[in-house]
Design a protein around this ligand. Structure first.
Ligand code: C2E
Ligand code: CA
Ligand code: CA
Ligand code: CA
Length: 281
């Protein structure tokens, strides 16, 4: 039946030749996805360069639609943002991540924070702070085990950004600046924002083994971040050469396929147990 549904959709899509029609269909499926339990979070480890131990994990949403199969967040997050559905979906993500932190803490794993991606709609949603406070309270985690990832462009959008960030900091959660270097930002603001981590975008990391410009950009971002009392997390770390360069330039944390792709919770746990074991050998 599932397969039938899929090909029906395809047929519908092709015959209509309408992206809008397809989006309406997608949106109505997206609307039902929370209730139908079709979302899940995958987790990607972040490794500290000094200790070689787990430093944190990023939670990344996955949608396994009954009708359409697996759909990438790159496809449905923009639609969720346009339609406003990102607000309830985003709340689900935060609650699920906090619940997972709690579960892992009860399961005798090493403790580490989990970061979640915030979209601009959520960042400027009026009840963001009470919503986060409530989830932290209900799940019973310490707030510093939750990190929120925002982008430069998001933080540059409004005067109120500094206040929102400060209020978030006051709740005790951590803040990361995602995709750093790809948006528009002002260094003046960067200094004022209470940011814990700068995440160096994977587009800069990709060619650091041989591209002189990228080498300079990445090493400069690391120095800049350290001067502003922030730690750096490199994204898209795929090779041993990437690791060597980033360690040499004192990048603090590494994340990417070289260590692991994002994994469902159980696989993440196994990965972590293995990692801890091989580090102690
Ligand atoms: P992002 O926040 O920049 O997340 C990093 C993306 O890079 C993830 O893609 C991850 O799977 C991928 N990645 C990790 N390591 C490597 C690597 O070594 N090489 C390469 N080439 N890619 C790597 P994913 O999971 O498909 O997510 C795509 C984007 O969707 C995310 O980019 C983020 O902007 C958005 N997203 C994902 N989950 C959520 C969510 O819960 N809420 C919101 N608002 N956005 C989300
Ligand atoms: Ca992210
Ligand atoms: Ca990113
Ligand atoms: Ca991104």
């Amino acid at each position: 039946a599932k397969r039938m549904g899929k090909s029906n959709y395809q047929f519908y899509h092709d015959s209509m030749h309408s992206k809008i029609q397809g989006n309406i269909e997608l949106e109505s499926l997206l609307r039902k996805a929370i209730k139908r339990n079709e979302f899940s979070l995958f987790y990607q480890p972040q490794i500290g360069t000094k200790s070689n131990q787990i430093y944190g994990a990023e939670a990344l949403i996955r949608w396994n639609s009954h009708e359409l199969g697996m759909i990438s967040p790159a496809e449905f997050i923009p639609l969720a943002e346009e339609s406003g559905l990102i607000v309830p979906i985003g709340e689900w993500v935060i609650r699920e991540a906090c619940q997972q932190v709690k579960n892992w803490q009860c399961a005798n794993l090493p403790l580490f924070p989990v970061s979640v991606n915030l979209s601009i709609r959520q960042f400027y949603q009026s009840d963001l702070i009470p919503m986060i406070r409530k989830i932290i309270e209900e799940t019973g985690i310490e707030p510093h085990y939750l990190e929120l990832e925002i982008t430069e462009t998001m933080a540059m959008e409004a005067e109120s950004a500094t206040i929102i960030l400060q209020e978030l900091k006051n709740t005790g959660v951590k803040i990361a600046m995602d995709d750093f270097g790809t948006g528009y930002s002002s260094l003046n603001y960067l200094k004022k924002f209470p940011i814990d981590h700068l995440k160096i975008d994977q587009s800069f990391v990709k060619d650091i083994s041989y591209d002189k410009d990228d080498k300079d950009i990445v090493s400069t971002i690391i120095v800049l971040a350290h001067n502003l009392n922030m730690l750096t997390i490199a994204e898209g770390v795929e090779t041993a050469e990437h690791v060597a360069f980033l360690k040499e330039h004192k990048c603090d944390v590494l994340q990417g396929y070289h260590f692991s792709k994002p994994l469902p919770p159980q696989e993440f746990e196994s990965w972590l147990k293995n990692w801890v074991k091989s580090e102690n050998e």
